[in-house]
Design a protein around this ligand. Sequence first.
Ligand code: GDP
Length: 304
Amino acid sequence: DEGLQKTKTNFFDQLSKAVVGKSTVDEAVLDDLETLLVHADVGIDTTVKVIDRIEKRVARDKYVSTSELDRILREEIVELLDRNSGATGSRAILDRADSPGQPFVIMVVGVNGVGKTTTIGKLAHRFHSAGKKVVLGAADTFRAAAVDQLIIWGQRVGVPVISHGMNTDPAAVAFDAVQKGVELGADVVIIDTAGRLHNKVNLMNELSKIKRVMQKVIPDAPHEVLLVLDGSTGQNAFLQAKEFTKATEVTALAITKLDGTAKGGVVIGISDQLQVPVRYIGVGEKMTDLQLFDRHTFVNSLFK
Ligand code: GDP
């Protein structure tokens, strides 16, 4: 998998270096492993958890060969990701043969620059290519660029974009987009929102209002609140995730820019600490550079 090349090379190389010349897993190896996980941006809490679990295995089995370390580490990481694993939600969307005027509504949240608009474009492409009818809503009305970009993505993919322009009421845009989705018999409606984290109360109120208003059209909408995080920002992504989960109920994550970073470990920490499933990963700027998250594929990509 070329998209994750950088992430894997670094992690695997470093693990190999950490155990070079050593036959058994001892304190020193575990220390090195701990440093490595922290550098890979797994986060302190999750790193400590992983090291503790391996320490217990070492204590139980008395002797653990360093040649087994990468297998053991993989098992432990997959285990951490297990509870939160993957793609069921998005598969459910694609499998929805029965959408009688009830589109699946995805509200997308995240701060500017993380790749929110791009991710929406990629998702639109993904669903559209699967034969689904998609409507986009440009409710990030604070930035002219965000509205324009979404319109461009809509044209590129070939799906309608509902927009009222800049500085209009985001809730009204969301309402119209969901309404349009129902009218057109769409399968999926994806709503872009503004992510102004520096004003927490505003953010919270705005997201609640958008939800409330779309619920006038579809009472159980949004069916997914997708938080987009930039994986290349490491612990910063983690902090954003914490803030957003306080501001609204986040049901899934999309982690972008994992193509250009050695910090893929952030996915493990975020997934473990927040107990929110990672749904998608972004591995490039192109329309097709979005992958459904699969924990086995992901963990393997960290190593080989
Ligand atoms: P927004 O402000 O959150 O809507 O961010 P944009 O969607 O405009 O993306 C910001 C920049 O990140 C753009 O240059 C995108 O092409 C780039 N980008 C988005 N996702 C990815 C990704 O997965 N990998 C890479 N390398 N770049 C990405």
